[in-house]
Each structure stands twice: as structure tokens, then as C-alpha cells.
Design a protein around this ligand. Structure first.
Ligand code: ZN
Ligand code: FE
Length: 263
């Protein structure tokens, strides 16, 4: 299954499989017809999707500088010369940007307003794009389906603060994250939260979807809050499993992230 589409009155959201386990996304504002691409792991599957739909590309939003999110850009831009958006803080190590963004900035895709959040942790300079009218957030390797990104550059406190910001979006926000990691994430989540019935259900669904080659991304924030251990540092059952009943949330988060690294 090379792509998967969700459609509402005002938007089309296309999830595109790239490389071995990456996702890129296309968001179309239907009224204006404007299209944004979120991350460019590789050009070929994205070009194929755009061609099949007869879409032009207006904007490219980059979440962070890692190769598996930007490397397709040089092969894409000659055919689809869109404006490239990315973090001002990372402009020195991102491809050439047309628009440099920082926490709190807003811009538009047609009639769709987009908010920028600094979600540092996986890298320092990682940003997320939140489009409330599309009920969609593009979180790449910060908040991930049933997980969160490894801390290559940031501290546990930074990632915890980033996740806390994202956890404030509405329940029905689609979490469009950067990788298909949920099957392995589920094993870790169950190891620290074994009695969580919602998590058990989700793990079973993930196994079923993956057995058929389907996508487990995007998810919803409601599901993440109920099952993602990295959003559940406050949870008494997780705290008791870790022997950290009296610790601060960010300390529990740091312990969870450390355990996942060693899992
Ligand atoms: Zn990354
Ligand atoms: Fe990545």
C-alpha cells in the first residue's frame, strides 16, 4: 500500500510510504486547491502521488534536518518548485529555506491556517506544524504513534516540555508522525503499562493492520493520550511499574525514555 487518503469537507490528507519506514504527507486545502508536502524522505513516491492526482505543489514544510526527512528535496524541486518552509534555528543545516519559522509563527495554505511549534528533543530545532481547521498536526520524530523520537540532541526535559505542548491539542487531532514504528513501540509500551486495556486493544489492532501491510499512522491525540507511555508520565500504574510513585512527571518521562533506549 503506497499511500492512504483521508478526506473531509475542506481537506485531503495523503500519507505516503517512503524509504523503509518513513512517511511523507500531502495536505490539500480543497477550496483553494493549494497543496503542502510535509517532509521529503525521497522524491520518487511523492512525485508519483502528485502525478497520479494531477496536483501541483505549493509549499514544502520541513520538520527537522535529518536525511530521512529532507534528502528527496533536490530531486523534487526541479519538477515541483514549491516554497520551502523550515526552522529558522536550523537554517544552517537544512536545505535552502524560502520561509524561516519559529515557535508561534503562523502562515496559511489557502484558507487553512498553520501554527508552528518548537518541539525540540529529538533534535534541537525540530518543529511541528499544526493546522486546526484540518484537525491535523505534523509531528515527525517528536510525538510519534505510540512513541516519541530518540533524544539525539535535546534533553529529556526538553522533550517532555515539547510533548506537554502537543498534548494540549484537541482529542480529535490527527497525529501525522514520521515513521512506521508502532509495532515495536507497542512491545515497549506493554512492558511499562501491561494492564492498560486501551493499550492492549491498540497493540492487537496494530498487529492486524501491519499483517495486511497497512499504515498505523496517522493516529489521534485521544488514542495517544490513552496509550502512549511518553504522554502518560502522570499515570499511577506506569509510575508504580517503574517504582516512581512520588517522582515528578519529567523524571518519570526521563526514566521511560532511558528504558526505551535500552529495550
Ligand atoms: Zn529524525
Ligand atoms: Fe526520522
Amino acid at each position: 500500500m503506497p499511500s492512504q487518503t483521508l478526506e473531509t469537507d475542506r481537506h485531503m490528507l495523503v500519507t505516503i510510504a517512503c524509504l523503509s519506514d518513513n512517511y511523507a504527507f500531502l495536505l490539500q486545502d480543497k477550496k483553494s486547491g493549494e497543496v503542502a508536502l510535509i517532509d521529503v524522505p525521497e522524491a520518487a513516491p511523492i512525485k508519483a502521488e502528485l502525478a497520479a492526482r494531477g496536483w501541483n505543489l505549493d509549499q514544502i514544510w520541513l520538520t527537522h534536518h535529518h536525511y530521512d526527512h529532507v534528502d528527496g528535496l533536490p530531486n523534487l524541486l526541479p519538477d515541483y518548485p514549491a516554497r520551502v518552509y523550515g526552522a529558522a534555528a536550523d537554517a544552517h543545516r537544512l536545505p535552502d529555506l524560502d520561509v524561516q519559522l519559529s515557535e508561534g509563527d503562523r502562515f496559511s495554505l489557502g484558507d487553512t491556517e498553520v501554527e508552528v511549534l518548537d518541539v525540540s528533543g529529538h533534535t534541537v530545532g525540530h518543529i511541528a506544524f499544526y493546522a486546526p481547521a484540518a484537525k491535523a498536526a505534523f509531528t515527525a520524530d517528536s510525538l510519534m504513534a505510540l512513541g516519541c523520537g530518540r533524544l539525539f540532541e535535546g534533553t529529556p526535559d526538553q522533550m517532555h516540555a515539547s510533548l506537554t505542548k502537543m498534548a494540549a491539542w484537541p482529542d480529535d487531532t490527527l497525529i501525522c508522525s514520521g515513521h512506521e514504528y508502532t509495532a515495536s513501540n507497542a512491545k515497549f509500551a506493554l512492558s511499562v503499562d501491561p494492564d492498560n486495556a486501551a493499550l492492549q486493544d491498540r497493540a492487537a489492532q496494530i498487529a492486524e493492520i501491519r499483517a495486511q501491510g497497512g499504515f498505523t499512522v496517522p493516529s489521534t491525540l485521544e488514542l495517544e493520550r490513552a496509550t502512549n507511555p511518553f504522554l502518560r508520565s502522570h499515570d499511577p500504574q506506569i509510575r508504580s511499574a517503574l517504582g516512581m510513585l512520588a517522582a515528578e512527571d519529567k523524571e518519570v518521562f526521563a526514566e521511560l525514555r532511558g528504558r526505551k533506549d535500552r529495550f
